[in-house]
Write a new protein. Structure first.
Length: 434
């Protein structure tokens, strides 16, 4: 997938596939690929034994990059994609091989220099459970067959020391020697050393004694995601995405604990209670939830035009399971949570297709209302009930406190809400502690 993503002629390839087969091909981004790999792993393994109650490091090495994720209690702690794939490393450092008599050491130093940013996070978790994935892992398993044991469900398991020993052997051998000694192709031999160095580098960050190597590809995860969305509306899949988004929010806030839980709750309540009016769907709910979580991200880069900062921050993130087009929608919804409204003068809005423009307008109208209902940031509103009566959508706002500021703020957004939803909203304050 990374090869097609980065190919300069990828559009031509996709066009020819469509012409000759009638199949529409969509290239997934790094975040989607990581997400599908995570789903595949979660459903391939016995969760109770491997993914629950203990921290787990998952390292998936492909030719183009390395997907690294840390999990605890079945939930993602972090996930990163590094452009340090085995073939990419080989190509990047090819010029050094003929110049150095200690090429493996130089490659190891180069890899270590790229891993230092995540090394402390991984070490702090004191991880004892290590899962290795990727096509190159299968090559390693073929080489060290005698050292493989089987875990539950017949999943291959090897001692971490075996990988370290393999590295020590490989670093003293030429490509021709590796090819002959292990009876593998030259192509496999060329990427074996960088693969083993990568795995060994991550092993050293953990306290793991064994590597679990299940055959769990992102293709399997894609099938699971399709099944989940067709049976449960994607509830299980979406929870994994939202967990990852909260991690992004925490990182952006740099330790500040003012997290927007109330805003998210209010926005989702408005969405759920106005579905009959908005005609939006469950996927739109996910976009709204992500935009609500990250809507103030720009404040931590500067208060001036923070909505633009927010837009740029969201666009720059690698959000687990979210495509590039979906990320544009989310960034636009967050951009318009302030007094700004979508305009043909805004390039970020014009770049959307017509369907997504409507989606952004409706979701931003909901987010504006949710933001207005806590404009004082003191969580005065206890409950919200929405009732539709002909051409009027009544918002019953329950509070025992003075919410005139909130009422005024909401009413500032009434006209926009009516314009995009096609129904007039009316705010009714109900004096209540419940």
């Amino acid at each position: 997938t990374s090869g097609l993503r980065e190919a300069e002629n990828s559009e031509y390839i996709i066009d020819q596939i469509g012409i000759k087969t009638g199949i529409r091909v969509e290239i997934i981004n790094n975040a989607q690929e990581r997400y599908y790999s995570y789903l595949a792993l979660k459903n391939k393994l016995n969760e109770k034994k491997y993914l629950h109650n203990k921290p787990v490091l998952v390292v998936n090495i492909s030719s183009g990059g390395v997907e690294v994720s840390a999990q605890r209690n079945g939930r993602l702690i972090f996930t990163e994609y590094l452009k340090l794939g085995s073939l990419r490393l080989r190509e990047m450092l090819a010029g050094l091989e003929s110049m150095s008599i200690d090429y493996p050491r130089i490659m190891e130093e180069f890899i270590e220099s790229k891993l230092y940013l995540i090394k402390s996070s991984i070490r702090s978790m004191k991880i004892r459970n290590f899962i290795g994935l990727g096509g190159e892992m299968q090559t390693i398993l073929g080489i060290i067959q005698k050292d493989i044991s089987l875990a539950g469900e017949e999943i291959p398991q090897i001692k971490t020391g075996v990988v370290t020993d393999l590295y020590n052997k490989l670093k003293g051998m030429s490509i021709n020697q590796i090819t002959d000694f292990y009876d593998i192709s030259r192509g496999e031999a060329e990427i074996l050393l960088p693969t083993v160095i990568l795995f060994n580098s991550f092993i050293k960050m953990t306290k793991a004694e064994e590597i679990l190597a299940p055959a769990a590809s992102h293709r399997y995860g894609l099938l699971y995601d399709i099944a989940d969305r067709s049976t449960s509306g994607g509830g299980s899949s979406n929870s994994n995405i939202i967990n990852a988004v909260w991690k992004i929010d925490k990182k952006v806030r740099c330790g500040i604990k003012n997290m927007p839980h109330m805003l998210v709750k209010t926005a989702l309540s408005i969405f759920d209670q106005s579905l009959e009016t908005s005609k939006l769907d469950i996927k739109d709910r996910l976009y709204l939830q992500i935009a609500a979580i990250l809507h103030d991200a720009g404040n931590y880069a500067g208060f001036t035009r923070h909505e633009k900062q927010t837009y740029n921050i969201i666009k720059m993130q690698s959000i687990l399971g979210i495509s590039d087009e979906e990320q544009k929608i989310i960034a636009n919804v967050a951009y318009y949570h302030t007094s700004k409204i979508p305009s043909r003068l805004h390039k970020n809005y014009v770049d959307l297709n017509d369907k997504d423009k409507i989606r952004v307008a409706k979701l931003s109208a909901i987010l504006k209302f949710a933001e207005s209902m806590d404009s004082s940031h003191t969580q005065k509103i206890k409950r919200l009930k929405i009732s539709k009566d002909n051409d009027l959508l009544t918002f019953y706002v329950y509070s025992a406190r003075d919410i005139q500021l909130e009422k005024w703020s909401v009413e500032e957004n009434v006209d926009y809400f009516e314009e995009v939803m096609g129904i007039k909203p009316y705010i009714q304050i109900v004096n209540s502690d419940n």
